[in-house]
Design a binder for this molecule. Structure first.
Ligand code: ADP
Ligand code: MG
Length: 680
């Protein structure tokens, strides 16, 4: 039996079972062997009936004393009882709606059981236990693997199936890790790992198997990403000849921070080389990423190419356009805005000028990569707030040009080791400094009892010409109920609490043009309070806004709260953020406490990542990596070790051409194409 044979070729697995397994992503024997348990449970100790206590989970070995009986309690609900005993006492195995037990047990035969013990009215029962014939020890009397199972597959079936696969194909398990790495990192061999991750002889064996497989997983992932990166560097482009940024920085009203300068230098290095740039700029809210993006765009257009600047919302795109276009026009370049809400005619005019090259810089939303858009010579794409885009969208725009330089910017910083994986094919720059003179946004977490005082505070801020954001409890922008509550929240404020103040509402369901007109009235007009859902999260600049209130703050992740808070404190005046969680339980208090204590986006995102785990932190599949089976992106130690191992290996054998690395190269190539599927 070979590893890559279909699971159907295992004796005893029929079409129906194969179909059920396929729903779990298991197609081949290898898939099955690499379907790891989420946990193992120690069921090695078999107890005597007399020693069983109420509520415990326990294993027993018992003989069936008499035929099972059934009691029909009401329609559709039957209780099956199997009378059991061992040499110390009697107990009943209880099953619900499970007619199979009537014929599965033979009176006088011994079985092992595992389940919850109930001790009531002097009688003992074991409730809906797992059971098997005495001596089998697959799911009892052993250290037992626990699998994530599908709707029609029980733990018992999973265990039996994996056992069969191991019996028939265990000898075919190959070790693709080079011997030298196995030794250096003290890993166990592949076939030992596979056997012991499922059926460990003891806990040490299980741990050692887990370590090896987690290491292997992160190692392979990084290796594949590395190959991907090398591949993308293979493309050649004409280096930019003119890298003088002076003409544009001269037009800024400030001088760049050292951190901005350093990142600009890194970008210039990329653009001066003959392979396409693939760079991520991480920088806290307000660290001045836009300026860095603008300088890059400028270098592209002054070298005779077209450039695109992409933002996740039309509000932000428009704002970028309003601040960027005048600078570029002053430098003699033509700039256009392209967003979904523009009329067909307006769009067509932009399309036309993009394809002839008359427009050098285009700023917009995902409207930029719609079908009708074609460029004359697009060479640079800058993506703002990358975390709001899927990887696919980034790809779509890049495909509009040839060997396009890519710069993505994000305000959700993550630790470097992790960034290297998540943004595997990107080089990373960090703006680790805020422009001078920025004051901390004072942050408070308050309860319902001081809402009145908060309203007074709002009134006070507004009376001095400041603006106030209130982020409303809205989880799902598509949820009608949530929408209603945001509308009525705003109406209540406007009619009952601040009848003398102009209160607006902006939410994701509004048309772009409606959003824009509300935002304009808030940013430049007489609207002083803006009730909003998270659409304001990204980018928009309103320097007069000094107060941010976040209702039901516990519903947001810390990074998102930090982003929201970043909407205030953008002008010269002292700014505040008030968090109003809907309850104050310990967990919520702790999270809000982090917000009140620090303004450092790096600290906040790391804590957030730790608390929520990578899955939620990045959003499902947002990061475009295949799901991890056994390792965790939070396991910094293994991450570090495995990345070190990848580095060593590639130093020694950059293309994995050596004989001892042949299996590894094949494995990485498979994963590499998997990743491509996820990323493209
Ligand atoms: P973010 O990194 O959140 O995108 P922005 O690019 O919007 O930050 O910059 C925030 C504010 O800081 C803007 O008003 C911008 O003009 C200003 N700014 C950027 N760089 C500097 C600097 N070096 N000195 C002073 N102000 C700066
Ligand atoms: Mg920004």
């Amino acid at each position: 039996m070979a590893l890559y044979d279909r699971i159907l070729s295992i004796k005893g697995i029929g079409a129906q079972r194969a179909e059920q397994l396929s729903q779990l992503g298991i197609e081949t024997v290898r898939d099955m062997l690499y379907y790891f348990p989420t946990n193992v449970e120690d069921r090695r100790i078999t107890k005597k009936v007399t020693d069983l206590t109420d509520g415990e989970f326990a294993c027993i070995t018992a003989v069936v004393g008499a035929a099972p009986s059934v009691k029909r309690i009401r329609k559709g609900f039957a209780v099956y009882s199997v009378p059991l005993r061992d040499d110390t006492g009697v107990i009943t195995a209880t099953f619900y709606n499970n007619p199979y037990v009537m014929k599965n047990f033979r009176v006088g035969s011994y079985y092992n059981f595992y389940g919850r013990i109930e001790h009531k009215f002097g009688k003992k029962s074991i409730i809906t236990p797992i059971y098997e014939a005495y001596g089998v020890n697959n799911v009892t009397n052993n250290i037992v693997p626990i699998y994530r199972t599908g709707a029609h597959i029980t733990q018992k079936v999973m265990v039996a199936t994996i056992k069969k696969c191991l019996e028939e194909a265990g000898n075919a398990i190959e070790d693709f890790m080079p011997k030298s790495l196995i030794e250096k990192y003290n890993l166990c061999r592949a076939d030992y790992a596979i056997r012991n991750i499922h059926f460990p002889s003891d806990y040490d064996a299980y741990e050692s198997a887990r370590n090896r497989l987690a290491f292997e997983e992160l190692f392979l992932l990084q290796l594949a990403l590395n190959m991907r990166k090398q591949n993308s560097k293979k493309a050649t482009v004409t280096p930019f000849a003119d890298l003088d940024t002076e003409p544009i920085t001269k037009l800024f009203t400030y001088s760049l921070t050292n951190a901005q300068k350093k990142v600009v230098e890194e970008i210039k290095g990329d653009l001066a080389s003959s392979s396409p740039m693939n760079r991520l700029v991480q920088g806290d809210v307000g660290s001045g990423k836009t300026a860095v993006g603008m300088i890059s765009l400028y270098l592209a257009v002054k070298n005779g190419y077209q450039a695109a600047f992409m933002a996740p919302t039309s509000i932000l795109a428009r704002q970028h356009f309003e601040s960027v276009a005048p600078v570029f026009e002053a430098l003699g370049y033509k700039t256009a805005l392209l967003i979904g809400s523009m009329t067909k005619k307006e769009k067509n005019a932009v399309y036309e000028k993009l394809s002839t090259g008359e427009i050098q810089l285009v700023i917009g939303t995902h409207a930029l990569f719609q079908e009708g858009v074609s460029f004359k010579n697009l060479r640079l794409v800058v993506t703002d707030e990358q975390h709001r885009f899927g990887v696919k969208q980034r790809g779509a725009l890049v495909s509009k040009g040839e060997n396009v330089h890519i710069l993505v910017m994000t305000a959700t910083p993550i630790p470097r080791t992790l960034a290297l994986i998540i943004y595997g094919d990107l080089d990373i720059s960090i703006i680790n400094e805020l422009p001078p003179g920025r004051e901390k946004v004072d942050t408070f977490c308050i309860g319902e009892n001081i809402r009145e005082r908060m309203y007074n505070f709002i009134r006070k801020e507004v009376s001095t010409g400041h603006k106030v954001y209130i982020v409303c409890p809205m989880v799902d922008e598509n949820d009608e109920l949530d929408l209603k509550s945001a509308v009525s929240y705003r109406d209540n404020l406007a009619q009952n609490i601040f009848p003398d103040i102009k209160v607006g509402l902006v939410h994701g369901k509004m048309k772009d043009s409606e959003k824009d007109s509300v935002m304009n009235s808030f940013a430049f007009g007489d609207m002083s309070i803006l009730v909003s859902t998270t659409v304001i999260e990204v980018g928009v600049n309103v320097p007069e806004a000094t107060l941010m209130i976040i209702e039901n703050a516990e519903r947001f992740g810390l990074s998102q709260l930090h982003q929201l808070r970043g909407r205030v404190g953008r002008g010269k005046d002292k700014s505040y953020c008030i968090l109003l969680p809907s309850s104050m339980d310990e967990d919520i208090k702790k999270r809000m406490g982090i917000m009140t204590k620090t303004n450092d986006g790096f600290v906040i995102s790391q804590t957030d990542l730790q608390l929520r785990g990578p899955g939620e932190f990045f959003g499902t599949r947002q990061h475009g990596l295949p799901p991890l089976k056994i390792s965790s992106l939070l396991d910094m130690e293994t991450l570090k070790q495995s990345s070190e191992a990848v580095r060593e290996l590639l130093e020694d054998d950059p293309t994995l051409a050596k004989d001892e690395n042949t299996l590894l190269r094949k494995r990485a190539e498979v994963l590499f194409s998997d990743i491509d599927e996820y990323m493209v």
